[in-house]
Ligand binder design. Structure first.
Ligand SMILES: *Cc1c(COP(=O)(O)O)cnc(C)c1O
Length: 415
């Protein structure tokens, strides 16, 4: 689907498009289409991968340990366990937290489905707590209200890359004996109260999918500073099998000996992916800087338009934004979100929507979830569009997105 490009090249891709002409049949603000996200791959990345293919182990090799050490250095966490993707990371985190049959896991509906699915994988029930209407992150007050005897863990998402309210959430988890899992798929590069996200919750998961800030094609990680959680994560990543003498039940029968002591999975990452992620992480400061610049420019431009609401930043979070959310103020516009989205596409600005509330999906409906449980989340979903935000955007790209949004907002301003 996505074609790899480096900075400056045009992207030719085939995605959802509309045939609607630009406003009044006029010229679109851009000649070429721009999409909401794209990876940035440079020659160093290519070389890193080629080197593994030429000389390295393809899996379970030294690149895995190197990446884990690098993630610890980046975040200040004591341990990192890299795995096949962010969803696998959430699954082994939930298992390591002891989530099982009959338990409840509290999470937000404004996220990718995996944040809740990880509870279902373990036989537990996701419980949705509503978001703060201005930061869009899970509201700690609503989490507290959702805690029951059955609650085992909270999965908090750093939506768009802005840190969830980790201190209040940690306090609630401490009080009720719950494990705080931070779904940090968006958060790499962000700091909460001066500390990198990844060193604060009981466990933090990362994703290295190509739309995320740093990519490995696919890939994930769990960060923790708890030694016993770390040992469990290692087991669940690889079949529940161990060569660690301390974890074995029987005497080793020889040098070949290993034991399966629990039921785990094959969620290992390849050294090919690890090499790419290591190389990408060298560019994280540069990625962060550029994303912050673009966000500042968007905020400045859209903050002036009465028909648009700019996401509120919490002062505790020094944010590297993964997503930029344009939010319309419906009373101030003659068109709705869908019409705004289509009008942007007609201007060659091809966006996305993050996210459809998880419990709207038919699978969740079948499990008995009904609309209406998180009104703030449902209202947000009606009003949002994810604008293009990625490192390789040129200043001209950014300005053209601003021109398109401004043109539509002004043209369709309510009387
Ligand atoms: C991308 C994402 C995931 C899943 O990560 P994968 O690596 O694609 O499995 C989980 N949660 C959130 C919030 C995400 O954005």
């Amino acid at each position: 689907m996505d074609q790899t490009t480096v900075k400056g090249e045009k992207m030719i891709r085939n995605r959802q498009e509309t045939d609607k002409p630009a406003i009044e049949g006029g010229m679109p603000v851009r000649e070429t289409k721009i999409y909401y996200g794209h990876q940035y791959i440079d020659e160093a990345d290519v070389q890193a991968v080629v080197e593994v293919l030429r000389y390295g182990d393809l899996t379970c090799g030294p690149k895995i340990r190197e990446l884990e050490d690098k993630l610890c250095a980046l975040t200040g966490a004591k341990y990192a366990v890299v795995c096949s993707n962010g969803t696998a990371a959430l699954h082994i985190a939930a298992l390591s937290a002891g989530v099982g049959e009959g338990d409840e896991v509290i999470t937000t509906p404004i996220t990718f489905a995996a944040s809740a699915n990880c509870a279902l994988y373990c036989g537990a029930r996701p419980v949705f707590a509503d978001i703060d209407p201005e930061t869009y992150n899970i509201d700690p007050q609503k989490v507290e209200e959702a805690v029951t005897e059955k609650t085992k863990a909270v999965v908090a998402v750093d939506y768009t890359g802005q840190s969830a309210a980790l201190d209040p959430l940690r306090e609630i988890c401490r009080k009720h004996g719950l494990t705080l899992i931070e779904d940090g798929a968006h958060v790499i590069g962000t700091k909460y109260k001066g500390k990198a996200n990844g060193s604060i919750a009981d466990m933090t998961t990362f994703s290295f999918h190509p739309v995320k800030t740093v990519t490995g094609g696919e890939g994930g990680a769990v960060l923790t500073s708890d030694e016993s959680l770390y040992q469990k994560l290692l087991l669940y990543r690889s079949h529940g099998i161990t060569r660690n003498r301390d974890l074995m039940v029987h005497e080793p029968e020889g040098a070949w000996y290993y034991e399966q002591v629990d039921l785990g999975y094959n969620y290992r990452m390849t050294d090919i992916q690890a090499a790419l992620i290591i190389s990408q992480l060298d560019k994280l400061p540069m990625f962060s800087r550029r994303r912050k610049e673009i966000v500042a420019r968007y905020d400045e431009a859209f903050g002036r338009l009465p028909s648009l609401f700019v996401q509120r930043e919490i002062p505790e979070s020094d944010t590297t934004r993964h997503l930029y959310i344009l939010r319309i103020v419906p009373e101030k516009l003659a068109i709705d979100r869908k019409q705004f989205f289509d009008a942007l596409a007609a201007e060659n600005v091809c966006c996305n929507v993050h996210y459809i509330p998880t419990y709207f999906f038919p699978y969740y409906e079948k499990l008995g979830y009904r609309r209406g449980i998180c009104p703030n989340a449902e209202k947000l979903y009606e009003e949002i569009i994810s604008l293009p935000l990625y490192y390789a955007m040129t200043d001209e790209d950014v300005e053209s997105v601003i021109r398109a949004v401004t043109k539509i907002a002004e043209y369709y301003a309510a009387e």
